[in-house]
Design a protein around this ligand. Structure first.
Ligand SMILES: C[S@@+](CC[C@H](N)C(=O)[O-])C[C@H]1O[C@@H](n2cnc3c(N)ncnc32)[C@H](O)[C@@H]1O
Length: 228
């Protein structure tokens, strides 16, 4: 069984892991789902103590949580995604492979606060709102206003989590991360970043850098126009 092999070998090729998913989900893997290697590296950082609770914001088909929970059986992994079909797939794999320490819930991240987690994983969940090449399915819809709403929500929630909370971002812009987080290390040519919250939020550190957000949106609006 694939997850038994992962337990023993501590890493397996993505093609092998992705065989647990239906064909149409496998096709999205390169672009949208975390690789086994990145999940392993990230979970290793987030779970270096016993019994931690980890949240994946926009958990897709659960790849990060399934790999993390398999490799760290004493920690608990929670995945939240807006798409019910992806949550159903994640839950069916959790059940089929009997992985007790991960759970998946359908929710819009806007309805969530991030309190109660020791570690947070974030793989650029809202790119589909501004980037026509980032389509997941027919529900992907360009909306700059929604993108801004999501960026603000993530930034504000991260500002509220307690000192000591760990954060991993993958292919995500730095403006999501308040300055109350210290960058600990970078991997995968800088696309994977490990942070630790080491400061309480104050007036100086609670301001989102809207200029950087606007630049990012402008860049993608320009690229979208080129692609049409
Ligand atoms: C790039 S994928 C990452 C999937 C997963 N974290 C992984 O690493 O394999 C981003 C996910 O965010 C989800 N998403 C997008 N908007 C969301 C929202 N408002 N609330 C919750 N999930 C959302 C998408 O459905 C998609 O599955």
């Amino acid at each position: 069984m694939i997850l038994d092999q992962l337990r023993i070998l501590k890493n397996i090729p993505d093609e092998q892991f992705d065989a647990i998913y239906p064909f149409e989900i496998r096709e999205l893997s390169d672009r949208h789902w975390t690789s086994v290697y990145v999940a392993k590296l990230s979970a290793g950082y987030l779970c270096n103590q016993k019994n931690v609770k980890v949240l994946d914001i926009g958990s897709g088909v659960g790849k990060f949580c399934l790999v993390g929970a398999t490799l760290h059986p004493k920690s608990d992994f929670y995945g939240v995604d807006i798409r019910q079909n992806l949550i159903d797939i994640s839950n069916s794999i959790k059940t089929k492979y009997a992985i007790p320490n991960t759970s998946f819930f359908q929710k819009d991240v806007l309805q969530m606060d991030f309190s109660g987690y020791d570690g947070i994983y974030f793989f650029n969940s809202f790119q589909e709102k501004i980037d026509t090449t980032s389509v997941i399915d027919r529900h992907s819809e360009i909306s700059v206003d929604m993108y801004m709403t999501y960026v603000n929500h993530i930034f504000n929630e991260l500002n509220k989590v307690p000192v000591g909370t760990k954060l991993v971002t993958y292919y995500s812009e730095e403006f999501y991360v308040p300055k109350t987080f210290k960058l600990i290390s970078t991997h995968i040519k800088g696309e994977l970043k490990f942070y630790l919250k080491d400061m309480e939020a104050d007036e100086i550190h609670t301001q989102l850098n809207t200029e950087d957000v606007d630049d990012h949106i402008d860049k993608h609006t320009f690229l979208n126009d080129l692609n049409t």
